[in-house]
Design a protein around this ligand. Structure first.
Ligand SMILES: NC(=O)c1ccc[n+]([C@@H]2O[C@H](COP(=O)([O-])OP(=O)(O)OC[C@H]3O[C@@H](n4cnc5c(N)ncnc54)[C@H](OP(=O)(O)O)[C@@H]3O)[C@@H](O)[C@H]2O)c1
Length: 374
């Protein structure tokens, strides 16, 4: 049944995308003269850091040269807003995967309006549109960016700016881990740590939407009631419960699927919660501590531990898979499944306040940087 539905969705996505491309080829060139804007500015505001360290201390707002005109296959975007994600803070601290050349600008995702395009179908397709911008090269915490057109994803017109700003990183990771990589079957348990995070809440709602059960691990008891209200099947709090014992009591043999963003003692316990044949995806390092486990747990029970990182996963997919993913995310946004809660908004000039707020334990909702008005 599941296979049939996925097959049908894929065909619908394919037909829709072909239609969009045909429409773009015929209509876009006719519109082009009126939409390409004349860009005269030479300077813009950007958040910059010259050394790695505490984001509150090393980030500055500066005037920097405006980006050049977009080349073939590129678009220039006037940035509107960008969320402050844990990955942005790690990037500024110099502990996030590949380190940038300094000075650098943070901001892996965000929303903006395409103001100018270079040549090429993918660029024309987004001309004049509001787009979610994925930018690992130059960072989005700046007034203008030039990015490859495939990194500018048109967002539904009725999606508010703050949701569009957080359109991809967390929603795509939650969906891809649960539906594309682990393919958690309906009725099965998925254990997740940091369940109160924005991504964790999406996983809970995905569980409700697709019918899998979520076993949600948090470090603060106050979060339990709220996560149950969201649709979590159960909540375990590591502050006052023993995770491995609770999981055994709830599930018998353990869970078939788990995702961990914490590492350290919590991640180590999660390994012991896996049922024989179970799979664990490691996708974050919030505790900055390594995981320890007895290799026999993997050997004897044929359990698997894998890393998940959205960037290389997305780079390995073909265009149709990615277009289908964007369309599926659009539908899930409309259904309220992969939306983020925002607790505070700061203008670009107050970036230090924004990152201080974002780093607070127990913060309510995500922090948004408002770069420019729409
Ligand atoms: N691999 C990938 O491709 C990928 C993609 C997207 C996101 N991520 C990762 O997903 C995680 C969640 O991101 P997000 O934007 O959803 O986060 P978020 O909304 O900013 O929330 C962070 C959450 O982590 C919890 N937390 C922080 N440190 C912790 C610790 N030492 N032990 C237990 N819980 C801790 C916080 O709990 P309190 O409420 O108690 O403070 C909070 O609920 C991050 O690690 C991020 O890097 C990975």
């Amino acid at each position: 049944m599941e296979v049939e539905i996925w097959g049908l969705e894929f065909v619908c996505d394919l037909v829709h995308e072909i239609w969009e491309l045909v429409r773009t080829i015929v209509v876009a060139p006719l519109r082009s003269a009126s939409v390409v804007c004349s860009y005269r500015e030479t300077c813009m505001k950007a958040v910059v850091f010259e050394r790695f360290g505490n984001p509150e201390e090393v980030l500055q707002v500066r005037d920097v040269p405006a980006p050049p005109e977009p080349g073939p296959g590129e678009v220039r975007v006037r940035m509107l807003a960008s969320p402050v994600n844990p990955s942005d803070l790690m990037y500024v601290r110099g502990v996030y995967g590949k380190q940038p050349a300094l000075p650098a600008t943070p901001g892996f995702e965000g929303v903006g309006v395409v103001e100018a395009t270079g040549s090429g179908l993918l660029a024309w397709r987004v001309r004049g549109k509001r787009v979610a911008v994925l930018n690992r090269a130059t960072g989005n915490w700046r007034e203008q960016v030039v990015v490859p057109a495939r990194q500018a994803i048109p967002v539904p017109a009725d999606l508010p700016d703050e949701q569009a700003a957080a359109f991809f990183v967390n929603p795509a990771s939650a969906l891809v881990m649960t539906r594309y990589v682990l393919r958690v079957p309906a009725g099965a348990w998925l254990l997740q740590t940091a369940a109160g995070s924005a991504l964790g809440r999406m996983v809970i709602r995905l569980g409700k939407h697709y019918g899998f059960r979520t076993l949600n691990v948090v470090r603060r008891r106050e979060q339990a009631e709220e996560l149950m209200r969201l649709g979590g099947t159960t909540v375990v709090c590591t502050a006052d419960e023993l995770l491995v014992d609770r999981v055994r009591t709830l599930t018998g043999q353990g869970v078939p699927c788990a995702i961990d963003a914490v590492g350290g003692a919590t991640g180590s316990d999660v390994v012991q919660c896996l049922a024989p044949g179970g799979r664990l995806l490691l996708y974050g390092t919030l505790s900055f501590e390594p995981i320890q486990f007895d290799p026999r747990v993997l050997m004897v029970g044929q359990r698997k531990i894998e890393g998940f990182w959205l960037t290389p996963w997305a780079a390995q997919q073909n265009v149709l898979t990615m277009l289908g993913l964007f369309r599926r995310l659009g539908k899930l946004f409309r259904a309220g499944v992969v939306t983020s809660e925002f607790g505070a908004t700061y203008p670009l000039e107050q970036v230090q306040d924004a990152v201080r707020h974002a780093a607070q334990p127990g913060r309510q909702g995500k922090v948004l940087l408002r770069i420019q008005p729409r």
